[in-house]
Design a protein around this ligand. Sequence first.
Ligand code: OGA
Ligand code: MN
Length: 299
Amino acid sequence: MIEVKQLHPLFAGEVTGVDLRNSVDPGTIREIVAASDKYAVLIFPGQAIDDEQQMAFSRLLGPLETTVRALRKDHKPRLDLHVSDISNLDEKNRVMEREDRRRMNGLANRLWHTDSSFKKTPAKYSLLSARVIPPEGGETEFADLRAAYDALPEKKKAELEGLIAEHSIVYSRSTIGFADYSAEERAGLQTVPQLIVRRHPGSGRKTLYLASHAHEIRGMPTPEARVLLRDLIEHATQRQFVHTHRWRVGDLVIWDDRCTMHRAREYDLSHPRDMHRTTVSDVASTLEQAGAEGRAQVA
Ligand code: OGA
Ligand code: MN
């Protein structure tokens, strides 16, 4: 049996009683999924895993995303196709130059987001493993979007029901002045529609679904959509909805991308920070999931 200690009044739990280096049995996986459905962010301390072990464990939660190799093929990736490189290191494990394109692209993780909402089938879970951490800073903050939804006035909830936002990674990068994409890359990174309010399957609770990638709302003038999205992200990231994780080497954190947002915090970029992420795909786009749910309710 795993043990979970709640870390924040609303969500986030620290999990002990499991060794993720060895193959985890189906009963324990069910316990982890149930804990995740409740707490949305799970911290597993003291899990010194390598990429193979991280991929093997992650696959027990579902199929893995392949990383966006949207960035030009001019650098050899450090990691496997199924492991996102969330570090400030180049292919020779040196801290990147200030102007390095990969570093500037990575700075967009400092914006509140949920992973892969710009893909038709977005992320379900992200698993981030801390291999090297800087002496200070570099925390990750998480926002509880189910609690943020619950706290909205009923009138606002009614207004948001059924609204569809367009998500694009080119847009979110453009907000920090990163636009260094080739025409070919842009063509492969089109805008994707996702619901703003969705039902979280594992808990049955309604949740906001927001990210830095959201930039339009169907049927709404652009300025109105942008200020609404900003207001919602501001609402959802008030301190009472946010848990800050201070990393220790060997932490593995799993978050549920369907009902949280997260962002990286600043650190001294001359220090190495090496984090490896695996990402489990959701089953379908938020629109398809709501369609299936709607039909199930009718049947
Ligand atoms: C990520 C991410 C934040 C961080 O891995 O998806 O946004 O603190 N990371 O590195
Ligand atoms: Mn992220």
